[in-house]
Design a protein around this ligand. Structure first.
Ligand SMILES: [Zn+2]
Length: 466
């Protein structure tokens, strides 16, 4: 028996030696996706089938699973710049910093290494294309808010494919001086700026791509995308749109392989708002993008490495639901908190009237299932009504400003009532130090099979793939 085990071990060792390095690397990052964000999503999916426990996503079934710490060089709790830096370059830095070590020295990231090795590179995000996580793969600046300078770094790096929900600071430098608009500079450098539909129609004639939503389009929360009318599908640009377009572009000619970083950036934002139903749909949407990478892996299993990671946990999420029906109650929420607030605003603008408490109540009944599907205690109803009296009821129907005012307080409190009924709680409105999950599949994935620090993930990808 020992002999057999020894020879199996020998075969495995020699296989790994001869397997070679993966040519194709997918680095898929969920912003704010802590272990509990993943767990809540899987428990929700089980709950929707009337089951307890979990119904697995695609990426949680990858053969290698682990977790990582995320602290930065100046805080136990990181921001997306410092964690992006660690995930991109393997060097921990101070919060807010991109592409520099804590002493201000430039560091080399995985995308730069891939490019130098002749591989094609795509960096995409459902947040802004020059936001912290993507920027960690091309920027070298002391402050993540230097959007204009970060965009210039994008152009200078010349990767084949960039994508995002937009660009920050398109015509204004970090010291708020007006500057030449950035989009013509991308075009002068050979980039075609296009939306997913334009990309599909003409990508064969494009040499480099900057994918952004077009007129009338936006990267919306997935909960708002999936609950919109089918005829409005093209108004929404999704995580999968970015992943599939980037993959199409990179594989046109990928003899030397490619490196793709694809961030799902809005999980974080939904967690900052404590909007559990929206978080779940964002994680499901992320998984849909992972499936595209996984299908590619199935065609090229010996040459493809997929790493799933996250930059930090957001919100200090915990789940205490004892019964399957608790989490399934989140299905009654059909839109994100942002859109719900806007829907109230639109009604008040159209009707030129401040909505009554009864109207607000019936809106929350219809949009969140409160009272009808979810028991609302006397105390919670009083709390909601008090917020209504202190905010909306005080507005002047004759004032355009009041009609356009923000309704997020009442919506946020009502979503809070729904979350509470599902036994979901949030411990803070910002990031936490919580562990983040790491999953891997493909050659080199075995390196990730132990507890890690986030900076090690980049070092391991380097070791595995370059
Ligand atoms: Zn955040």
């Amino acid at each position: 028996m020992k002999k057999i085990i020894a020879s199996i071990a020998l075969v495995l060792v020699s296989l790994s030696v001869f397997a070679g390095k993966p040519k194709y690397v997918f680095y898929m990052i969920g912003d704010g996706m802590g272990t509990h964000q993943v767990l809540m999503t899987e428990m929700y999916l089980a709950s929707m089938k009337g089951e307890l426990g979990v119904s697995p996503l695609c990426f949680t079934q990858f053969p290698v699973a682990s977790f990582a710490t995320t602290y930065s060089s100046d805080s136990n709790v990181t921001d997306s710049a410092a964690s992006g830096n660690a995930l991109a370059s393997g060097v921990k830095t101070t919060n807010g910093t991109l592409g520099l070590d804590p002493d201000g020295n430039p560091v080399t990231n995985l995308a730069e290494i891939a490019k130098a090795a002749g591989r094609k590179v795509a960096i995409v995000s459902t947040s802004k294309a020059n936001d912290a996580t993507p920027a960690a793969f091309f920027a070298h600046v002391p402050d993540r808010d230097w959007g204009y300078e970060i965009s210039q770094d994008m152009i200078e790096h010349g990767y084949e494919f960039y994508g995002g929900s937009g660009l920050r600071n398109e015509a204004r430098t970090h010291d708020k001086k007006p500057a030449d608009p950035i989009r013509p500079q991308f075009e002068a450098a050979g980039y075609t700026i296009c939306n997913p539909q334009e990309f599909r129609a003409g990508y064969r004639n494009m040499s480099k791509v900057l994918m952004l939503p077009g007129e009338g389009q936006a990267v919306t929360y997935s909960i708002d995308t999936v609950n919109d009318l089918p005829e409005n599908r093209d108004k929404h640009v999704t995580y999968s749109d970015f992943v599939s377009s980037a993959l199409t572009f990179l594989t046109q000619d990928s003899k030397k392989g490619f490196f793709m970083m694809a961030e799902a950036g809005e999980i974080d934002h939904a967690c900052h708002s404590h909007d559990a139903a929206t978080v779940i749909q964002e994680v499901i949407d992320f998984d849909e993008g992972v499936k595209i990478a996984y299908e590619f892996y199935l065609k090229h299993p010996k040459e493809t490495l997929i790493i799933i990671a996250a930059d930090h946990e957001t919100g200090g999420l915990t789940i205490a639901s004892k019964r399957s029906y608790h989490l399934a109650r989140l299905r009654f929420q059909k839109h994100s908190m942002n859109v719900l607030s806007d829907m109230l605003k639109q009604r008040m603008i159209t009707e030129k009237a401040i909505l009554s408490w009864e109207e607000i109540r019936s809106f929350l009944r219809k949009e969140l299932g409160l009272w009808d599907e979810i028991n609302v205690s006397w105390e919670d109803e009083k709390m909601l009504r008090d917020i209504y009296e202190a905010t909306i009821a005080k507005r002047d129907p004759g004032s355009a400003k009041d009609l356009y005012a923000d309704n997020s307080k009442i919506v946020s409190a009502a979503v809070g009532v729904l979350n509470k009924s599902c036994r979901i709680s949030w411990s803070n409105g910002s990031h936490s130090a919580g562990y983040v999950p790491v999953f891997a599949i493909g050659p080199g994935s075995e390196l990730f099979g132990r507890m890690m620090d986030n900076a090690e993930i980049a070092k391991m990808i380097r070791k595995a793939a370059f």
